[in-house]
Design a protein around this ligand. Structure first.
Ligand code: URA
Length: 238
């Protein structure tokens, strides 16, 4: 596809249009090995190789990422009291509008998906899709069998009309369970556990749909999703 060079650079998150025009006019941008000096010149984006000041930048229409969210990070782009997860990504990813699909609390770790494709963010978070999220959690007190049955039957949360039920509960130890839910409400898992009298001490998201957080992705690390992983999430481009 043919696009103006300045638009391509700002889309890639290199900077504002003004910054990108400046870089181009200074002769710092090469396209397929040739310096281009006019910001409005059109370039063919298919298979293009762009360098800025000798550094190659990937031309990509869209990004789909997974991050192993560490504890102590906020998912908001404008965090209040902790660093944002976006600080764990390259700056140009943030400039081009990559955002988390839904949120994990500051004190929750685990699988977080991010993208600059609105349709994908919606796909992952939409309650209508019923994508099941798997959480592993530890509580300060033993989780009784009655509590498990109540989670499965549904608990009443403040400001929610309907009962919120777990899709499944797997007991791992006296005070540790895996909880599968297909909704995403504010602090939902912590509030569900509080409703059955248990205080969550540790909360970790292990999977979204069939997509599991890989063992080799360390806290704070990210990588792109493969096509197979996008398929696992049931996402197909519109
Ligand atoms: N439920 C919560 O309470 N917190 C999270 O971070 C995710 C789900």
């Amino acid at each position: 596809m043919q696009k103006q060079l300045v638009r391509v650079l700002s889309f890639l998150g290199v900077g504002s249009r003004k910054d990108c025009s400046h870089l181009i006019r200074k002769g710092l941008v090469t396209v397929n090995g040739k310096v281009i000096l006019k910001p409005l010149d059109k370039i063919e984006t298919d298979g293009v190789e762009i360098e800025i000041d000798g550094e190659a930048i990937d031309y990509r229409e869209q990004y789909f990422l997974m991050l192993n969210k560490p504890l102590g990070y906020e998912c908001s782009a404008r965090p209040k009291s902790h660093p944002s997860v976006l600080e764990l990504l390259p700056e140009n990813f943030v400039n081009r509008g990559i955002q988390p699909a839904g949120r994990l609390d500051v004190e929750t770790s685990g699988l977080l998906l991010l993208s600059d494709v609105g349709g994908f963010l919606h796909h992952v978070t939409s309650p209508r899709r019923h994508l099941v999220k798997t959480y592993r959690l530890q509580t300060s007190e033993a989780i009784t069998e009655e509590a498990v049955q109540r989670l499965l039957a549904g608990v009443k949360l403040e400001d929610e009309e309907e009962l919120i039920a777990a899709k499944a509960v797997e007991r791992l130890s006296e005070n540790e369970i895996k909880l599968l839910v297909d909704l995403g409400r504010y602090h939902m898992v912590r509030r569900m556990m509080a409703a059955v009298g248990a205080h969550v001490e540790k909360l970790h998201r292990e999977a979204i749909g069939d997509l599991k957080l890989p063992d080799d992705l360390e806290p704070g690390d990210w990588r792109e999703l493969t096509q197979e992983e996008l398929d696992m999430l049931g996402y197909s481009e519109q």
